[in-house]
Design a protein around this ligand. Structure first.
Ligand SMILES: [Mg+2]
Length: 174
């Protein structure tokens, strides 16, 4: 395992804090968006108003979006994707890089023009970096999580602290 895969390129509080114009100016064309605790809380099927507005702004900025989730509840992701009018990849198999490569293929963009946004280092950041994409870590929306996710977060916190990690801008090497 390569520890630098655990390091997000950028870190913001929430998706609404992601600077879309900056991403676009850097040549990015697509966002691989995690769903649970990034776009909306677990068990919710209704993206908050702020998230819908942000997706609208992404569209205006000419950024494509693909929902990328490991969930097995495909009907739920499909309904969210339909609601937002974006494509999706469920049972994606994050953090395997094939998950993000597949999503990039769905949108027809090269990995270097794609940005991964998610709340889990061990899924979203690791997978995104492995796929050669820019990665942005957000704070999870709520703490009501599965036991495995909680355990992973403990490990993440431990490792991130050990690495003294915050942000490594512009470093796109995997
Ligand atoms: Mg998540």
């Amino acid at each position: 395992m390569r520890l630098e895969f655990w390091q997000p390129h950028r870190r913001v509080k929430s998706i609404v804090d992601v600077d879309l114009d900056e991403l676009r100016a850097e040549g990015h064309r697509a966002i691989m968006l995690d769903v649970d605790n990034t776009l909306l809380p677990y068990r919710s099927q209704d993206p908050p108003r702020s998230a819908r507005d942000w997706i609208g702004r992404a569209r205006q900025a000419d950024m494509q979006i693909c929902l990328v989730s490991n969930t097995r509840r495909i009907a739920r992701i499909r309904s969210i994707a339909l609601e937002l009018d974006v494509p999706f990849l469920a049972r994606a198999g994050k953090p395997r890089k094939s998950a993000y490569r597949k999503a990039a293929a769905i949108l027809g963009v090269d990995p270097e023009h794609a940005v991964v946004i998610g709340d889990q280092v061990m899924r979203d950041i690791w997978g995104g970096r492995a796929a050669g994409m820019l990665t942005i870590l957000v704070d999870p929306i709520d703490d009501n999580e599965f036991l495995l996710t909680r355990l992973e977060r403990l490990i993440e916190r431990f490792v991130l602290r050990g690495l003294g990690i915050m942000v490594a801008r512009q470093d796109r090497s995997p």
